[in-house]
Design a protein around this ligand. Structure first.
Ligand code: SF4
Ligand code: SF4
Ligand code: SF4
Length: 301
């Protein structure tokens, strides 16, 4: 499809207006995790890649198997049927597993971008979604710096899907509650306790303690303490294997929602149909997404 010069100028002018709106929101205050925040700590040095957590996640969330080879269930990436995946990184001298799911950001870009209130930060600071409110615009997907929400392409009434920390009934009630065992399925089944669940402050202290007591074992960095304003899922990695090699991008410490909130204010002020700016939003978040994809190129499922 060709775009005329006039059309191109219009798009450029519109994009400038969007950026101006985003800049107004740059002063957005950094948020703290709620007092009752819970989260997960994944220690890549303890994970053996058994994928028990992947199977447990599928069972707990009634998700269908994914078959890409002769194996019965071998997802290769996060999809609407896979909210949790274990990938593998290796080079000539080192290797590591890495677990990927929603990071439950302290200031989530997906919730800021969702004009329908489908994505919300709720009990324990967990970020949930309500399928009955989702109109499938996919703003949340392009806004998320980790490329987490996935679209139900196979559904007649599609919505976006992602990990909700196993918050039972999250799609249908305002309260939500943890599942019967009181913790997520993936942490419950992990035979090595490579991924654990608990109060956020305790997980932060535990991560820092492991690094302090084992400086030769770990990189001196807890991923999620500062990235994009903080995430309630935290990561530790082995010494010599930076997070960027494991598909976790270098995103800086500023919360990402400054961008979608600024854009939304600009959009609604001018009564411009949201669908018309979808491409502009996608372009503006492309840079952070590119970092994520580039970092993930070396990581396979
Ligand atoms: S990782 Fe993405 S989907 Fe999850 S809370 Fe953060 S912005 Fe939302
Ligand atoms: S918390 Fe629940 S939904 Fe999220 S990755 Fe673990 S098992 Fe899956
Ligand atoms: S269950 Fe635990 S050890 Fe097994 S792949 Fe998942 S996180 Fe790693």
């Amino acid at each position: 499809m060709n775009i005329s010069r006039r059309g191109a100028f219009k798009v450029a002018a519109f994009g400038t207006a969007m950026v101006a709106g985003a800049r107004k929101a740059e002063a957005r205050e950094k948020k703290e995790a709620p007092a009752d925040a819970t989260g997960m700590l994944y220690d890549a040095t303890m994970c053996i890649g058994c994928k028990a957590c992947v199977a447990a996640c599928r069972r707990a969330n009634d998700l269908e198997f994914e078959k890409h080879s002769r194996l019965y269930d071998d997802p290769i990436d996060l999809t609407a049927n896979t909210c949790n995946i274990i990938k593998f990184y290796e080079n000539e001298s080192e290797s590591s597993f890495i677990k990927q799911q929603c990071m439950h950001c302290i200031d989530p870009a997906c919730a800021a971008a969702c004009m329908m209130g489908s994505f919300q930060k709720r009990q324990n600071g967990i970020v949930t979604w309500k399928p009955d409110r989702c109109i499938g615009c996919r703003y949340c997907q392009v806004a998320c710096p980790f490329s987490i929400p996935k679209f139900e392409w196979d559904s007649a009434t599609p919505a976006m899907v992602k990990c909700q920390m196993c918050l039972a009934k999250a799609g249908t009630t305002d309260e939500g509650q943890l599942n019967e065992v009181g913790q997520p399925a993936c942490t419950e089944v992990c035979p090595r306790k490579a991924v654990i669940y608990g109060p956020y402050e305790e997980l932060k202290a535990e991560a820092l303690r492991r690094i302090a007591e084992n400086p030769d074992r770990y990189e001196d960095h807890v991923y999620g303490l500062e990235e994009v304003g903080g995430t309630q899922v935290l990561y530790l990695t082995a010494k010599g294997i930076p997070f960027s090699k494991l598909g976790l991008p270098e995103l800086g410490t500023e919360p990402v929602p400054a961008l979608p909130v600024g854009l939304q204010h600009t959009i609604y002020k001018g009564f411009i149909a949201p669908v018309a700016v979808y491409g502009v939003i996608a372009g503006l978040v492309w840079r952070s997404r590119r970092q994520y994809d580039k970092a993930g190129e070396e990581v396979g499922a």
